[in-house]
Design a protein around this ligand. Structure first.
Ligand code: UD1
Length: 432
């Protein structure tokens, strides 16, 4: 198992290229299943979650070709997905267990092949993560659904039918799954209380380019006029706003200055507001964001996670860590996931002053210093928070279990080293 060894104290300065968004790419890959023509995705991040999704699609019968490309001087990948026919309509346990987003094959398979078997994902470290909205919506669209041996089995006679759906929560996953299914349904589907995350907008743009008729982009009411078939397209994946926000904190916490090249400032308005209120200079450019905290004394800020455009839960751990280096107290409240303060006990081992109240909120008090320590990460974003703490801690921090980071941060050590961090990856194999 790999680990990161970080020597804290370096001010980070320079430019970091922000990769394509993992959480946009995953549903886009699955949307390619809606057509028998080829779909090419460019600006794709190279991450273990993308590899897992590619393996799942290959198992279903998709032919995948990868190509190297250069965007803004940065080497990237593009992939072409082509599924003229399916070899399997089953998403097995071993795939779903590794990556919950495997459930994005559900809507497309049901819509195009009228049958799908998906291993139920179950909970994960940050919460219960139910699928009830996905399933009840597809039932309202005519699917017959049963749960057997840990699998959800869905079928439909003829095409799915358009329906008027009101989501009880603005779920990103359910919005994507239902959008993809409704694109090929018979008649009009309306989703009320749809998620408004930029990754949904990216999916709608690609589906429309494939011939879908979806309106309401960026709003909480989406209207989908079903069509009989969709065709291939070429689509560039949007920039990863969570990766950009994470490196913005790396600049702020080390009191450095980083230009986030390719970042889209319009997708990060709430985190940018919090950074500015804390005393960080943030310049929004057309295709980049400059985060400059040189010489700044930061002031603690309260923040509460919420559905987009509110503060993203996927940046909560990173901003909580930043507040440890700010003057005064900050209250951090988590409203999306029920168990998302697992980075706190590890940060306490590094000298943090944080009090967690129940599962929902934490009081963070600024400290004079954090101290390096061996720490262990429990989920993707919490792992990045520990890296951030390591970047400012006195002495050496070792972050274990970094397979979490490899799921969502492309070339993490390379990017951090390029702006001056002292960070290396070690693996047990090399030492043996
Ligand atoms: C996606 C992101 C994840 C992010 C989350 C919230 C991907 C691959 N993952 O996860 O990084 O933290 O959005 O921004 O894009 N819910 C239900 N029933 C359902 C589905 C969801 O009650 O059927 C609830 C969940 O318990 C949670 C809330 O809705 O409280 C949001 O979940 P959702 O938006 O679905 O998260 P994911 O799509 O799984």
């Amino acid at each position: 198992m790999d680990r990161l060894r970080i020597k804290g104290g370096n001010k980070l300065k320079g430019k970091i290229y922000i990769s394509g968004a993992k959480n946009a790419a995953l549903p886009l890959i699955c949307a390619s299943l809606l057509t028998d023509e080829a779909v090419t995705l460019t600006n794709m991040p190279v991450l273990s979650d993308i590899k897992s999704m590619n393996l799942l699609l290959e198992q279903l019968g998709t032919k995948i070709e990868s190509h190297d490309e250069i965007i803004d001087g940065n080497p990237c990948k593009s992939y072409t997905y082509h599924t003229p026919k399916f070899e399997s309509l089953v998403a097995p346990y071993d795939y779903v267990r590794k990556m919950r987003a495997s459930y994005y094959v559900f809507g497309p398979l049901l819509a195009r092949e009228r049958y799908v078997e998906l291993s139920l994902p179950g909970g994960c470290a940050i919460g219960a993560r139910p699928m009830d909205i996905h399933l009840s919506s597809l039932e309202q669209m005519g699917a017959k659904i049963e749960i057997k041996n840990g699998y959800v089995i869905a079928k439909v006679d003829g095409r799915l039918k358009g329906a008027h759906l009101v989501f009880k929560a603005a779920s990103v996953g359910a919005t994507c799954n239902v959008l993809m299914a409704a694109a090929l349904a018979d008649g009009k589907t309306v989703i009320e209380n749809a998620a408004r995350e930029p990754e949904i907008g990216d999916l709608v743009n690609m589906l429309n380019a494939m011939g879908a008729k979806i309106s309401g982009i960026g709003s909480s009411v989406l209207e989908i006029e079903g069509v009989e078939r969709l065709h291939g397209t070429i689509h560039k994946v949007i920039a990863d706003r969570i990766e950009a926000g994470s490196y913005a904190v790396a600049a702020a916490i080390t009191r450095g200055c980083i230009e986030l090249v390719n970042a889209q400032p319009e997708t990060l308005q709430t985190p940018i507001k919090i950074l500015r209120q804390a005393g960080v200079n943030v310049e929004e450019r057309e295709h980049s964001i400059v985060v400059d905290a040189e010489g700044c004394e930061l002031i603690g800020q309260d923040l509460m996670t919420d559905y987009y455009p509110g503060f993203p839960t996927d940046l909560q751990a990173q901003f909580l860590t930043l507040m440890l280096t700010a003057r005064g107290a900050s209250m951090v409240t988590e409203t999306i996931w029920e168990n998302r303060f697992m980075h706190v006990p590890e940060l306490l081992r590094m000298g943090a002053n944080i009090n967690v109240h129940g599962h929902a909120s934490a009081i963070v008090r600024g400290v004079d210093k954090l101290y390096g320590a061996p720490v262990m990460a429990t989920d993707l974003r919490a792992s990045f928070a520990l890296v951030l703490a390591g970047l400012v801690a006195e002495g050496e921090t070792i972050v274990n279990r970094i397979y979490h980071l490899d799921r969502g941060y492309e070339k993490l050590e390379e990017k951090l080293r390029s702006v001056g961090a002292d960070i290396v990856r070690e693996s047990d194999k090399e030492e043996e």
